[in-house]
Design a protein around this ligand. Structure first.
Ligand SMILES: Cc1cc2nc3c(=O)[nH]c(=O)nc-3n(C[C@H](O)[C@H](O)[C@H](O)COP(=O)(O)OP(=O)(O)OC[C@H]3O[C@@H](n4cnc5c(N)ncnc54)[C@H](O)[C@@H]3O)c2cc1C
Ligand code: SF4
Length: 353
């Protein structure tokens, strides 16, 4: 059997690492992304600095892109999507569609790394008024401003005096069926709080949380730094309503530590939106006949011992397509999937030799 390529679907951090790993192992790889650029959400969402080390996100993604550019083993297809798959790995024929038409490509294995999408804060959480009030924005909107080197009140363009983050918007919410913690938003909000304090030192910053989930070193590198060095105010509380008063917004709710109602005027309210399964992940699961797990992400069946194995032999899933994941998780899973995919092709070759 000739060396068939691995197809990687999705060129975010996870898919780029998978692609690099496959080529490092000496196998051919076809990387397909529906977007016109590589880099996934960190590029599409204009992320500014990455947690926890504040590395410039564009530089980090460019480093990953460079590692897979101009390599004879790697074929990159942008503006392309997978629309059909016939057969079973390692004898798969995958149809890729782009502006010029459809093309069938024979592949030995597939890695799905089609990632996540940001929760739409207008969907079920109208109490926050994201689409009504200019000064209610999201973590991603803040990244865009920080990337441009500024942080202003959107309605006036002026520097804000008092801003707050509301945690768990679209996550840990049984009412809307999103019964998961998105894992990164406590860290991202804390990182942005630090950056806002640096850019606008006179601005008071509050974070309203259910409980802060700063796992691993993020606790030390972000949370305590924000609290002790940058005087960010973390308040355990529930926000029940945001209303307009004068030319500002008012956050109403309950300070659950003190057990008393709160009503605080804010210049900017930032919604810490979480992760949801992307449309591409749902579509790819259907196309390759892989079940979704109970929250709607792609199901992997190997538990902690094999994080990228799906129920379809030779088809692997990795990164945020399988559940909430930070960059470390996504990139590690991309590397693991690369190894598994190449091993799958190699074992298939040995069996037919
Ligand atoms: C506001 C915010 C800030 C964040 N900042 C950080 C941070 O500082 N540090 C950190 O560790 N994590 C951060 N994260 C998490 C980080 O974004 C994810 O861990 C990471 O993007 C997941 O990588 P991925 O490659 O799995 O998916 P994605 O980044 O979602 O990439 C998926 C790729 O698949 C492509 N795709 C989708 N559907 C298809 C399809 N049908 N066909 C072809 N291609 C398709 C997309 O175009 C995209 O390129 C942040 C998350 C949020 C919400
Ligand atoms: S990481 Fe924090 S903000 Fe995000 S869902 Fe989990 S607890 Fe809520």
């Amino acid at each position: 059997m000739p060396d068939l390529p691995v197809m990687v679907i999705g060129g975010g951090p996870c898919g780029m690492e998978a692609t690099r790993g496959i080529s490092d192992l000496g196998y051919n790889v076809v990387l397909v992304d529906k977007a016109e650029f590589l880099g996934g959400n960190p590029i599409a969402g204009d992320y500014a600095a990455l947690t926890p080390d504040m590395r410039n996100a564009e530089d980090a993604m460019n480093e990953m892109i460079e590692a897979i550019t101009d390599n004879p083993l790697i074929e990159i297809r942008l503006n392309s999507s997978v629309v059909a798959a016939e057969g079973k790995a390692p004898d798969l024929s995958v149809t890729v569609k782009n502006g010029k038409g459809d093309e069938k490509i024979d592949v030995g294995s597939v890695i799905i790394s089609t990632g996540f999408q940001h929760f739409d804060p207008g969907k079920e959480t109208q109490i926050y008024g994201y689409y009504e009030y200019d000064d209610v924005i999201t973590l991603v909107d803040v990244e865009r401003m920080l990337k441009a080197g500024k942080f202003v009140r959107p309605s006036t363009g002026e520097k804000p005096k008092q801003v707050c983050f509301i945690q768990c918007v679209g996550s840990r919410d049984r009412q809307i069926g999103n019964q998961w913690c998105s894992k990164v938003c406590c860290g991202i909000a804390t990182k942005e709080a630090i950056e806002i304090r640096d850019l606008v030192p006179d601005c008071k910053v509050f974070v309203f949380y259910i409980d802060m989930r700063m796992y691993g070193f993020w606790e030390d590198e972000l949370y305590w730094k924000a609290q002790e060095e940058k005087q960010v105010n973390f308040i355990r509380g529930i926000v029940t309503e945001i209303t307009l008063r004068g030319d500002g917004v008012v956050v109403k709710g309950e300070d659950t530590t003190m057990g008393r109602p709160m009503e605080i005027p804010m210049d900017v309210v930032i919604l810490s939106i979480g992760m949801e399964p992307s449309k591409g992940s749902t579509e790819m699961a259907k196309l390759f006949d892989i079940p979704l797990e109970s929250h709607g992400f792609i199901e992997t069946i190997g538990g902690a011992l094999n994080t990228v194995q799906t129920s379809a032999p030779g088809i692997f899933a990795a990164g945020a397509s399988t559940g909430p994941a930070d960059l470390e998780d996504s990139i590690s899973m991309g590397g693991a999937a690369a190894l598994k995919a190449c091993a799958f092709i190699r074992k298939s070759q040995l069996q037919t030799a």
